[in-house]
Design a protein around this ligand. Structure first.
Ligand SMILES: [Zn+2]
Length: 678
């Protein structure tokens, strides 16, 4: 939410998001054990019938014995691997700080030291903010304020508009997307629906508190004005589900046309200010929202805009200021919003800062220490098996014509696969890091990243660049590049374990691979062709059949209550749910093929299919605080983990046979009601 430049998270990169709830991590939990062959049999609750909740059957005992650490919004398999990775990063970052043997180590160590210098940060208190707050107060006109807002893309502060550099959906070049922004809470629903009224009240108290921290005039009245402004921005904003629709968020426009469409902002000046001098064409993402928000800008008193900016600037900088700022910000974003009782220890926040600012510098060192080359070779082979299985599935689809199948096969064949780490690394050498200047470091790192991203506009997309760092515990499908990427971070147990039973690797990382492949063919991915271009390659009949199947899956998910009183949004989560289901189906096929016609061995009384499905369910074991689930369900396209297990499995025939699921069971579906899509 901080800043409005989205940087490395690309618009149409769809991740598997094992850590859907970004938030605090803990290393206090021991490294989890997943038995001798990759599944934790002590995690099961065998008093639960698999057909009544496969999630609880596979994970019930684990859930009963596991507490969410005080500094986390959630815990589970993905979080544990994340914590392990953070410990590894800490080791190498502290080594760099202790012994800066080269320029990169000096940057890594220097940035970390500047964060860990708590006494220095405390002594400065609010001082680092002084100049930026004075600049806000100095704005005498709306035009001056718009210029100031443009400058926030390069430093601290917020704009009412988001800027993002990404592949142009209809050309091989990178382009600048302009979209909606300006909200300090997770989604428009937090402003507009009754269920989030308590959060909105906590937010107003937070705004008042923030104004008091910086001695801002009339804190209560200004807080009310700021909240009113953001509420009107929320009304103008697109819903999360609509923001996924690539047809709707691709609106190329000349700057002159944008000026006519949203005249309240001097766009030429805005773009010149961010460093995009001479840029003639942009793409509007949430088109009508941009127009409405520009009009809101015109209709809002300058004093309110200045108060809003002072608030947002302070909040964005708070994690890098003295304790009273850190605590106040956490009180809202940690406690009130996600229900997390305690902030992370300082070292974890310091590691996150280094990881988030110069991630590939750390990542290069990370993979040399922690990622064995044998893992890469094994993964390459596994991905190839999954692609083969997907090709076979496409060929047997009864609902799809030969013509559309040929296009789908072409797209699959051309899908690029990247495993572990990029073949070329980012160069951060011109980023100035000063071990005594935390605020300046964060500001310079932000400006450095922005300039880097902006430098791509109008140039061909670099296919070798990664949208995630190698240490990320996640994976993604870069939709507009037709590629799938598996960072080293996710290639650890329980997701990937070279020593595990093959059924386990197919159930865990195999399903992740299948998930990313299927994204190329989900409700949005299917609109993009083999070259990564937005182009309709479907016959009208096939498109109709796809939509009918997908609608059935959306309706299933609409019926799930993810947290008491709140249902999953089937439309918002549709792409992820199609990917989960397709991923599971295709990995089961790939596993069966890998057996080469022989029956799978039985281990600890479990068949191969049982082990695969248990491994799948245990990759999702974990729990989250209810408030954190609400944030996720309102804003994140990934379903809560429980339904990432229950939702796909009940559509999979193999699950019925493997666990003897019967019509009387809660999640039984009649064969004709099972959705396959792919
Ligand atoms: Zn995904």
């Amino acid at each position: 939410m901080q800043g409005s430049f989205i940087g490395r998270k690309t618009l149409l990169a769809i991740s598997v998001s094992l850590l859907a709830l970004t938030g605090p991590a803990s290393s206090d939990s021991a490294k989890p054990s997943f038995g001798t062959w990759g599944v934790d049999l002590t995690s099961r609750d065998q008093s639960v019938k698999p057909g009544n909740s496969f999630f609880d059957y596979a994970n019930g005992a684990y859930l009963a014995r596991t507490e969410i650490p005080a500094d986390q919004a959630s815990t589970g398999a993905g979080r544990d691997v994340y914590n392990l990775t953070q410990d590894q990063l800490r080791t190498l970052i502290e080594a760099s700080a202790a012994n800066p043997s080269n320029a990169t180590a000096a940057q890594i160590g220097g940035l970390y030291k500047s964060f860990m210098d708590e006494a220095g940060v405390e002594a400065l208190d609010a001082k680092p903010l002084t100049a930026a707050l004075a600049a806000v107060q100095a704005a005498k006109t709306k035009a001056e304020f718009a210029t100031l807002m443009a400058k926030t893309h390069v430093g601290f502060g917020s704009s009412l508009f988001a800027l993002q550099v990404d592949a142009d959906a209809k050309s091989p070049l990178s382009t600048l997307y302009i979209g909606q922004d300006g909200l300090g809470m997770p989604d428009r629903d937090y402003y507009l629906t009754a269920q989030f009224k308590p959060k909105k009240e906590a937010y107003e108290a937070f705004i008042v508190r923030t104004f008091k921290l910086i001695n801002y005039a009339a804190p209560e009245a200004n807080a009310k004005a700021v909240l009113d402004l953001e509420t009107r921005v929320a009304e103008a904003s697109w819903a999360a589900a609509d923001r996924r629709d690539i047809d709707h968020i691709y609106n190329p426009m000349t700057v002159a046309a944008l000026q006519a469409y949203a005249p309240a902002i001097d766009w030429r000046n805005y773009l010149d200010t961010i460093g995009a001098k001479g840029l003639q064409k942009v793409v509007l993402a949430e088109k009508t929202a941009v127009q409405k928000i520009a009009q809101l800008f015109a209709d809002t008193p300058l004093e309110t805009l200045k108060a809003w900016e002072a608030f947002r600037l302070t909040v964005g900088a708070s994690p890098f200021l003295s304790k009273r700022f850190v605590d106040s910000e956490f009180e809202f974003s940690g406690k009130a919003l996600s229900g997390t009782p305690a902030n992370r220890p300082r070292w974890k926040r310091g590691v996150s800062l280094v990881d988030g600012s110069i991630g590939e510098a750390v990542g290069r060192e990370y993979v040399s220490r922690y990622f064995p080359p044998t893992s890469k070779a094994k993964m390459d082979a596994l991905v190839a098996n999954l692609k083969t299985a997907m090709a076979a599935r496409i060929q047997t689809l009864s609902w799809m014509s030969a013509q559309t199948k040929a296009q789908a096969q072409l797209k699959l064949a051309k899908m690029k696969v990247m495993v572990g780490y990029p073949i070329k690394w980012r160069d951060y050498s011109t980023l100035k890091i000063d071990a005594k200047d935390l605020y300046g470091n964060v500001e310079r790192a932000g400006a450095f990243e922005f300039a880097y991203q902006l430098g791509k506009v109008g140039k061909p997309v670099d296919q070798e660049e990664w949208g995630m760092t190698p240490q990320t515990v996640n994976a993604y499908n870069g939709g507009l590049e037709n590629k799938i990427v598996f960072p080293a971070g996710i290639l650890q147990a329980p997701f990937f374990n070279p020593d595990a039973d093959p059924a386990v690797n197919y159930g865990a990382i195999g399903a992740v691979i299948g998930h990313e492949i299927t994204h190329g063919f989900d409700d949005q991915g299917r609109k993009i062709d083999a070259t990564g271009t937005l182009r309709d390659w479907w016959t009208a009949e096939d498109a109709k059949r796809f939509v009918a199947e997908a609608d059935k899956l959306a309706a299933q998910f609409d019926s799930y209550e993810g947290v008491p009183g709140m249902h999953i949004n089937g439309k918002l989560t549709l792409g992820e749910n199609i990917a989960d289901l397709g991923g599971l189906l295709v990995t089961i096929d790939a596993y069966h093929t890998s057996l080469g016609g022989k029956p799978a061995p039985v281990i600890d009384g479990l068949t191969g299919d049982q082990r695969l499905l248990l491994a799948y369910a245990q990759a999702w074991r974990g729990k989250a605080r209810d408030d954190a689930l609400r944030v996720q369900m309102a804003s994140d396209p990934h379903s809560p983990r429980k339904f990432r297990v229950i939702g796909p499995t009940r559509n999979v025939d193999t699950w019925y046979s493997a666990f003897d699921v019967k019509p009387a069971d809660k999640y039984f579906l009649k064969p004709e009601d099972r959705v396959h899509v792919w």
